[in-house]
Design a binder for this molecule. Structure first.
Ligand SMILES: O=CCCCC(=O)O
Length: 463
């Protein structure tokens, strides 16, 4: 895939970029490694000062970078501004909390007495150069949620961003440079996917994190496994959104729309499968469909737009195939299921609600990466849990119920990395983020995220 910004609202190529050559790649790897040697022992106070400076610069740049993101990948401008603001918040959170999150730990004397130690300390030391392979859907946030903790822990980072968001990728490299981080601390590598293997196998690279598709994750994990290098994988999701009879159904139907179409429906944690108890199914389906149908689909730069185009032409073709397959096999269309007739240019797809889904349909098992919802009718809690778990993915989940017994049962049985009650899944700097099953492994954000790229070192001293 060429490295280029192509406006998904028009199909127009805005800017193309040359990949860096082998010599420049080598210079950047060398710089990342050399800088790690000194940066790893820098004081938390210094890292914090630099990260806060980066946060302030990003805050100043909010409007410009939001417009860049929207023009490169089509998210509504309002959402792009919110994404930049969220990055600022996460940077400040890690700048304020990293030292405490990574403070030395001391197992109690009683616990380690029989090890022969006079004392034991557990220290979180940085791992080294970490390669981040990141997707286009939240082109700023996905990178910042890796970079902020990784840099605060004393690692250095190399970014291989998606090929359709090169301007955002370059902005990020520049941002950390302008903030005053030492050269080599955080660098964008404008390279094609073919360069990833060489970088990951390079002995100067210690670990990798990838957010993206399952095939991409499998390939990076296989290479890293071969090299015995640590990975964190955040892959796809097909999150269930369960509504039980005790729920506020109107609110559940309202929030369901945002949960499904956020980011033009292109979010791993978007709710995708709506699993509704039969007592409230018809009311929910009717209100949800009416609201999906009423969304305004249009130019993402227009502040009144709810749903913009899909980011790539291929992404829209993949979504169309998934919907067409379901309809061919008997799914009923409650709304949408087609391109926007008003917008012949650009990669628009109408907000869509399908019902009558069966396991033979691809959409039952695959991730619908766009504004397409599937609605299931279930007869009780057991069936709700069983349908929710009938997916290869296990990223997050949403459950609407006011019944404490139901809640406990869902907490016990949902095969997912998160359960959000009476609301929609959202990430937050202080909450761990990641999945189970084929949604990946490891956690981002919170104390769990910052410790992923640390060498957890036992320091034992003889009595
Ligand atoms: O595709 C993954 C999206 C994550 C969005 C978020 O963290 O809010």
């Amino acid at each position: 895939m060429a490295i280029a910004s192509v406006n998904p609202a028009t199909g127009e190529t805005l800017k193309t970029f040359e990949a860096i050559g082998p010599e420049e790649l080598e210079n950047r790897l060398a710089a990342a490694h050399a800088t790690f040697r000194t940066y790893r022992t820098s004081a938390f106070s210094e890292r914090s000062r630099l990260l806060k400076r980066a946060a302030s610069l990003l805050e100043e740049d909010q409007e410009d970078i939001a417009r860049t993101m929207t023009s490169e990948m089509g998210k509504p401008l309002v959402a792009a501004r919110a994404e930049a603001a969220k990055c600022v918040k996460a940077m400040r959170w890690y700048a304020d909390h990293a030292e405490e999150l990574l403070a030395d730990e001391h197992p109690s004397d009683a616990d380690v007495k029989d090890s022969g130690a006079s004392g034991v300390t557990v220290r979180y030391r940085p791992l080294g150069v970490v390669l981040a392979v990141m997707p286009w859907n939240f082109p700023l946030w996905q990178v910042v949620r890796f970079a902020a903790p990784a840099l605060m822990a004393g690692n250095t980072g190399l970014l291989k961003h998606a090929s359709n968001v090169p301007q955002t990728a370059l902005y990020l490299g520049d941002l950390f440079h302008r903030a005053g981080f030492p050269d080599g601390c955080f660098q964008t590598l404008l390279v094609g996917a073919g360069a990833i293997e060489g970088v990951l196998r390079d002995p100067r690279v210690a670990a990798a994190t990838l957010t993206g598709s399952e095939p991409a994750g499998r390939s990076v994990a296989a290479i890293a496994g071969d090299e015995v290098k640590k990975t964190v994988l955040e892959l796809g999701g097909s999150d269930p959104y369960v509504v039980m009879p005790s729920a506020d159904v109107d609110r559940a139907a309202r929030v369901a729309v945002t949960a499904r179409v956020q980011n033009n429906g292109q979010s791993c944690i978007a709710a995708k499968r709506f699993i509704i108890h039969e007592d409230v199914h018809d009311t929910f389906a009717e209100r949800f469909t009416a609201r999906m149908e009423a969304l305004s689909v249009g130019d993402p730069m227009d502040e009144s737009t709810d749903v913009g185009p899909l980011a790539t032409e291929q992404g829209r073709a993949d979504l169309e195939e998934l919907v067409d397959d379901a309809v061919r096999r008997g799914a009923q269309v409650l709304c949408g299921a087609g391109r926007s007739g008003d917008r012949p240019a650009g990669w628009y797809y109408l907000p869509t609600v399908l019902t009558g889904i069966t396991p033979e349909m691809r959409i039952h098992h695959e991730e619908a990466f766009g504004p397409v919802a599937t609605v299931y009718r279930v007869s009780g809690l057991d069936e709700a849990v069983s349908v929710a778990n009938d997916s290869p993915f296990g990223l997050s989940s949403n459950v609407w119920t006011r019944d404490a017994g139901d809640m406990e049962r869902f907490v016990q049985d949902m095969e997912a990395g998160g359960i959000f009650f009476n609301g929609m899944t959202a990430s937050h700097p202080a909450m761990p983020f990641g999945g189970a099953k084929r949604s990946g492994y490891g956690r981002e954000l919170s104390d769990h995220g910052i410790k992923e790229f640390c060498n957890i070192t036992t320091v034992w001293t003889a009595a």
